[in-house]
Design a protein around this ligand. Structure first.
Ligand code: B4P
Length: 191
């Protein structure tokens, strides 16, 4: 099983590129954002808890997200590969993922980190907010809070993987197709 993490701030193109990767490489796509939005849609107690954090642009508590990932991995032991989108977002989550994969005799092959400047992130997310109706894209204050959470809590995760020599930075300001080409160049070396 090939495990690839698509890493980057909100709006860097993780979800967008994960869809392209799934189409070409037939990997399982695990997006913690999508899983949480599904729980909210189902009005589960987990969803109600998560919503309070997401609406403010804050990260959902680690134990909630790690529990969801554990469940997803247990149900998908025999897939060819997994693309993790939006997970891990804290060093605690990264350590938990390592442990879960170790139990499956597996590990992270590569972390592909999309680099996009903050102003472009805000521009993209406001644009999406105008059509998606997503409560966390609805105004610049919440979006800037999400970007702040990224720099405070998520950026240290890239150093965690840099120390393991599995992090690769990918310029993410070009078009969707250009960025996919850069990602595919890296992925083709692994599959
Ligand atoms: P996510 O669902 O992961 O949302 P995201 O980071 O904003 O989206 P993404 O980065 O995938 O969007 P994309 O750039 O593709 O998380 C939402 C919330 O859930 C978090 O804030 C947090 O509260 C919670 N959460 C999720 N995972 C968690 C975890 N592990 N721990 C704790 N909390 C967690 O798309 C953005 C826009 O840009 C789109 O409109 C797209 O069309 C556009 N775009 C993409 N690439 C482009 C390009 N190259 N050029 C122009 N536009 C582009």
């Amino acid at each position: 099983m090939i495990n690839i993490i698509l890493f980057g701030p909100p709006g860097s193109g993780k979800g967008t590129q994960a869809e392209n990767i799934v189409q070409r490489y037939e990997f399982l796509h695990i997006s913690t954002g999508d899983l949480l939005r599904e729980e909210i849609g189902n009005q589960s107690s987990l969803g109600l808890e998560a919503r309070a954090f997401m609406d403010k642009g804050e990260l959902v508590p680690d134990e909630v997200v790690i529990g969801m990932i554990k469940d997803k991995l247990e149900k998908n032991r025999n897939v060819k590969g997994i693309i993790y989108d939006g997970f891990p977002r804290t060093v605690e989550q990264a350590k938990a993922l390592d442990e879960l994969l170790e139990e499956m005799d597996s590990s992270i092959a590569r972390v592909l980190s999309l680099k996009v400047t903050d102003n472009i992130l805000v521009e993209r997310l406001l644009k999406r907010g105008a059509i998606s109706g997503r409560s966390d894209d609805r105004n610049e204050e919440v979006i800037r809070n999400r970007i702040g959470e990224y720099w405070n809590k998520t950026a240290p995760v890239s150093r965690f993987y840099e120390e393991k020599c599995i992090l690769k930075e990918i310029p993410g300001e070009g078009s969707v197709d250009d960025t996919f080409l850069l990602l595919s160049y890296q992925l083709d070396k692994l599959v």
